[in-house]
Design a protein around this ligand. Structure first.
Ligand code: EPU
Length: 302
């Protein structure tokens, strides 16, 4: 989608927004799949409510992009513009056991930054790609750590009120890859409270998780992490593996040989390829195990 309304284009700089016409979502997502649209890079989130009202008034549909690491975007000319928060230079600050983080900060860098200052608990999250905001929305987790456990306060734009608000952590529910945020809510900043730990101990935990991840996940390939949520008490990756579906491909989309729940873009994959692969694997697992796998990956379709 292109923003053609001169009134909107003219208002963007005052709202702290940089317009990048014809941005490629394939270049902004870890899967390397997705069509093109205008990107609005939000450098000053204080004006977000005004920006969203402006887009609404002109009937310009929008989607909000985090780090693009858990996302499958459809192909072609996309029917919405994409908003993304620009990462400020000062994106993290510590105060005692509290970490104040901008939503566009990298999750991995946050874990190592906190570790260097003797704050632990998030060791398992070190290799999870993406931003702090994306991790918050999905309640990202790995190797026993989930970000939600440490959240004390979230600053966000609330779709319901059209305003920015600060929510106490206790008012947010964080479940397995699911939170109580509404679909239109936009994460802006978060305050985490982390336990003190000696750096050497945190580093050891980080090394162990990194090693486990390196040995079981296709880190060198383009993927969106796990495609399906794990059903209660089971592993989707193991089920897919047991059915001999590793290596199964549709066009350039392929089930990883290393981990059955990672679907990789082995070269030139389209969203259509990936969606067909997801549907095919879901059907095979359903027929064999009598359950319907739920997507973990977020899908942006028309
Ligand atoms: N397994 C297989 N074959 C496979 C994959 C896994 O036999 O192809 C077996 C493993 O050997 C292990 C069990 O299944 O015994 C579980 O595998 P793993 O430890 O890799 O964990 P997972 O349940 O497949 C979950 C998360 C990952 C997270 C890891 C580590 C989900 C959907 N996945 O994977 O998160 O990194 O645990 O904590 O919850 C993500 O969210 O995108 C993601 C990758």
């Amino acid at each position: 989608m292109r923003i053609n309304e001169p009134q909107v284009v003219a208002a963007l700089p005052e709202l702290g927004v940089e317009l990048r016409p014809g941005a490629s979502l394939a270049q902004m997502t870890s899967l390397g799949i997705g069509g093109t649209t205008d990107l609005l890079l939000v450098r000053e989130h204080g004006h977000l409510p005004e920006l969203l009202r402006l887009l609404d008034r002109h009937g310009i549909e929008h989607r909000f992009l985090g780090g693009g690491t858990n996302l499958l975007v459809c192909d072609g000319d996309l029917p919405w513009v994409v908003l993304q928060l620009a990462r400020p230079e000062a994106d993290m600050r510590l105060e005692g056991n509290s970490a104040h983080l901008h939503a566009a900060a990298s999750l991995g860098r946050t874990v190592t930054f906190c570790a260097k200052h003797g704050l632990g608990g998030m060791e398992g999250l070190v290799g999870v790609p993406g931003t702090v905001g994306g991790a918050l929305r999905m309640n990202a987790g790995a190797y026993g750590a989930q970000i939600g456990k440490f959240v004390r306060e979230v600053e966000l734009y609330r779709a319901a009120s059209g305003r920015m608000e600060i929510l106490k952590g206790a008012r947010i529910s964080f479940d397995y890859r699911h939170t109580s945020f509404a679909p239109g809510d936009i994460m802006l900043a978060v305050k985490l409270e982390l336990p003190s730990k000696p750096y050497s101990e945190i580093l050891q935990g980080i090394r162990i998780c990194n090693e486990k991840r390196r040995s079981s996940q296709p880190l060198q390939e383009k993927s969106a992490g796990c495609i399906f949520k794990n059903p209660p008490g089971a592993s989707a990756g193991r089920m897919i593996d047991e059915l001999g579906l590793k290596g199964r491909a549709v066009g350039g989309a392929r089930v990883s040989e290393r981990h059955g729940n990672f679907f990789v873009n082995a070269g030139g994959a389209t969203a259509e390829d990936m969606l067909a692969l997801i549907a095919g694997v879901r059907e095979r697992v359903g027929a064999a195990f009598g359950l319907e796998l739920q997507n973990e990956v977020v899908i942006w379709q028309d």
